[in-house]
Design a protein around this ligand. Structure first.
Ligand code: NAD
Ligand code: MG
Length: 396
């Protein structure tokens, strides 16, 4: 395998750090050419010192100046840039062939689209790109001619369980009847709704099986994450929505499944450790050591599966409704959810009000065809304003 040149968008986050861990173990296979982060300058400086990328990007000028000073003192010649446009430069001027899209939230959309248009191998962790602009994104991948490898563990599992030529035969679906996305149910799977009113950010972020960034951890607790993943699966695999099912599976061992016409169900199993899907994406179609502890099924008492209760998880119901409405509804759902989750994490919006803010925002914006990036970004901005107003009204 030729050495792959990797750009990591969001290198200081949970996925970014795990990606560098896999890369660190295989210096003969991968060369890091660009790293980007928003605010964690010290961590990014350490990453640049170790991996010596050509380009590093941070959110603002103050961060860039601090990073430049740190790197100068260490004799590291990485070019330091800042701001959203520099994320595009990191892709276009680093001569990368592979982009790990691991920025959290809507901020990941434009750079991920750039990677798609440029024909890169896109390792897609930033599910929000597909939720906000699935049609445009898949078109960009198609016209760019690169490879799209899902990193989200469920979609990576499904990708592994589909026939190799599946994506080239979208209409035939090759005997695939249903996709079953598994969900742990998060930390509050069995908590009575009445007890959820005083949940703190720390409790919501304490996922029973996975260690992740704070936003996706809250999304996992509300199960908005699984709703976003249904939309992600819809765009990635091209099956009708009614063929994409969600199953609660508290052990997080089966990462998802594909049910075939002949009665076969293929599952991908593994530890709840993102290094497995990351290693798969980095090395595909080869397999490399991901540094993950082997799975030992005989140490497991049970694997359980059940249907989710939509009254316990109103965010999941909202996501299903937005997926069904189509057009810009998922864009609005995603934006309102980002605002509500940020307010829960930072400003004490009560946990149970997250779905209320999302629902109110969805009700105030007409669903349009998601016809252009400009329109999508405009609706994203509109939804953020409306969601913030809804939060303010609640707090008065
Ligand atoms: P995180 O919060 O740990 O890291 C986010 C990264 O994005 C950081 O490097 C941060 O600096 C950067 N970032 C944040 N805001 C930015 C902005 N405005 N501009 C530029 N960079 C910005 O998040 P994470 O858990 O690593 O998740 C990253 C993405 O991967 C999310 O879309 C998430 O849904 C997806 N994902 C994560 C996991 C997981 O296990 N963590 C699993 C599946 C999918
Ligand atoms: Mg997932």
């Amino acid at each position: 395998m030729a050495v792959r040149r990797i750009a990591i968008l969001g290198s200081t986050g949970s996925i970014g750090v795990n990606t560098l861990e896999v890369i660190r173990a295989h210096p003969e296979l991968f060369k890091v050419v660009a790293l980007t982060a928003a605010k964690q300058i010290d961590r990014l400086a350490d990453q640049c010192t170790e991996f010596k990328p050509l380009i590093a990007v941070v959110a603002d000028e103050a961060g860039a100046s601090r990073l430049s000073k740190l790197l100068l003192a260490r004799n590291i010649t990485t070019r330091v840039l800042f701001g959203p446009k520099a994320l595009i430069t990191a892709i276009t001027e680093s001569d990368c062939d592979t982009v790990m899209a691991a920025i959290v939230g809507a901020a990941g959309l434009v750079p991920t689209l750039t990677a798609a248009h440029a024909g890169k191998r896109v390792l897609l962790a930033n599910k929000e790109s597909l939720v906000m602009a699935g049609d445009l994104f898949m078109q960009a991948m198609h016209s760019g001619g690169g490879e799209l490898l899902p990193i989200d563990s469920e979609h990576n599992a499904i990708f592994q369980c589909l026939p190799e030529h599946f994506s080239k035969l979208p209409k035939a679906h090759h005997g695939v009847e249903e996709l079953w996305l598994t969900a742990s149910g998060g930390p509050f799977r069995n908590t009575p709704i009445a007890d959820l009113s005083r949940i703190t950010p720390e409790q919501a972020c304490a996922h029973p099986n996975w260690v992740m960034g704070r936003k996706i951890s809250v999304d996992s607790a509300t199960m908005m994450n699984k709703g976003l993943e249904v939309i992600e699966a819809y765009w990635l695999f091209g099956l009708p929505l009614e063929k994409i099912k969600v199953l609660i599976h508290p052990q997080s061992v089966v990462h998802s499944m594909v049910r075939y016409r002949d009665g076969s169900v293929l599952a991908q199993m593994g530890q709840p450790d993102m290094r497995t899907p990351i290693a798969y994406g980095l090395a595909w179609p080869d397999r490399i050591d991901a540094g993950v502890v082997p799975l030992s099924l005989n140490q497991m008492a049970n694997l359980n599966f059940s249907e989710p209760d939509l009254t316990q998880f109103p965010c999941l119901a909202l996501a299903f409704a937005a997926a069904k409405a189509g057009g810009t509804a998922p864009t609005v759902l995603n934006a309102a959810n980002e605002i509500a989750v940020a307010a829960f994490l930072d400003e004490g919006l009560p946990y149970l009000q997250i779905p209320q803010i999302v629902e109110k925002t969805l009700n105030q914006i007409e669903v349009l065809a998601a016809s252009s990036l400009e329109l999508i970004l405009e609706l994203d901005a509109q939804a953020r304003i409306i969601a913030k107003n809804c939060i303010r009204e609640k707090q008065i």
